[in-house]
Design a binder for this molecule. Sequence first.
Ligand SMILES: Cc1cc2nc3c(=O)[nH]c(=O)nc-3n(C[C@H](O)[C@H](O)[C@H](O)COP(=O)(O)OP(=O)(O)OC[C@H]3O[C@@H](n4cnc5c(N)ncnc54)[C@H](O)[C@@H]3O)c2cc1C
Length: 436
Amino acid sequence: MTSTAQVGVIGAGPAGARVAELLARRGVDVLLLDPKAPWEKPCGGGLTPAVFEDFPDLMELYPIARSLTEVRVELQPELGFSVHLDRPLRIVPRQALGAWQLERAVNAGAWHVPSRVRTIERGAPGWTLETDERRFRIRFLIGADGAASLVRRVAAPELSVELAPTRVAYPSSAGLEHDRVVLKFYPRIAGYLWDFPRPGHRSVGVGVQSGTWTRPDLDQEIDDYRRSRDHCSCLGLPRAGAVIGTGQLGHGDFSCLAGAGFALLGDAAGLADPLTGEGIHNAMRSAELLARAWSRHGADDYPKLAHATFAREFGASRFARRVLLESWLGSALIHRCLSSNSAYAVMHSILNGVNEHDGSMSRLFGRALRAWSAVRMDRTLAARGGRDVAPCSCASVELLDHAVTATGICGDAQSPRSREASDCRPPASGQVKLNS
Ligand SMILES: Cc1cc2nc3c(=O)[nH]c(=O)nc-3n(C[C@H](O)[C@H](O)[C@H](O)COP(=O)(O)OP(=O)(O)OC[C@H]3O[C@@H](n4cnc5c(N)ncnc54)[C@H](O)[C@@H]3O)c2cc1C
């Protein structure tokens, strides 16, 4: 049986569900295909204040979000400090975000079919999509199918997206004394470990630049962290992993984001932030840009709009990643923060400025100055450095049923993207190497 639609959106994550909603509201006949949505994608679910500024409707999720105003930055358990966030970071379970978005898309008139697209063929005009059960003919194809995008492979194979491998575990949050995010950094490695308290559990994960660590390395890093922090020897929590599609987009590459009869959004387009790996915001922004372009010239303007929106930010993020994460400077700055108020003020301004999208140096220095004056001289190492030790919280949270690994995991031989996703090296000696 063949069904038809004007637009076919593959993937109902933050990008796909949003664009389906926006186009359906404009009267477009939209088919939205995703076998899993809404699901608990392996993801921190961290949303910075800028996301809510750009998408105030997301504030409806406040009641189920965990709101956090303290970040602990560390290199080692005993080598770190805490920074107050002027505006909270909110952590939202992905299943809840997905359910909220999907409902809006369907209410707007999008037709959701819970099936995986197996093959995509270009026709004249339009595309033919095949799932296990049926076949669809569509005029315009939107690839919002995540970092390992099938649409990208078919429609824009020339677009190179960096796939950063990650692993996540979900221990219970029982016994945690503090409501704070922990970010652990590694000298000269573009990546970090996060520990995000969520409602009822924690998301403890680590993600690094592709080619840095293997999957066992990443798992080992989570175990080491939990052993040192939770004083817990029962480490066999179920895990999940996925890749993040981060922005390699150079000046000309934005033109690959759309072409004859197709467009790519979110991680499929490599739009996650190259410094932080944060991608929910940019996925939703790309959906807005495509919908705006659609109202004018049927998506032709989308690459131009995407370039105007993201190019400068990605340039700044890549620069910050080189300077702060890939060089010695970031870890040196963390060391300095323990003894110097000026260094601490700079770190305060960086953490409070992440994802503000103002990018300008004058704003950064202005923020650093304000932070410096706010940093009281009596904020000594002890005041900054307090850390919470959680008692054993082995009661793992049953999230992983749906945290399917099909989007490709570093070292996962069954993943369709495993080769691209995991140009990982085998571990040197079974040990994680912190300094390369
Ligand atoms: C471990 C981890 C932690 C992260 N933490 C954060 C964070 O804290 N904050 C943040 O902002 N970002 C975070 N990110 C990044 C964020 O998850 C992504 O950038 C974001 O989800 C991208 O949204 P998207 O809609 O483009 O793709 P996705 O959310 O990946 O959605 C893609 C959808 O496409 C569907 N799909 C795939 N293939 C097919 C197919 N063939 N047919 C039909 N459907 C298909 C999938 O089922 C999926 O639902 C994290 C990522 C990872 C991996």
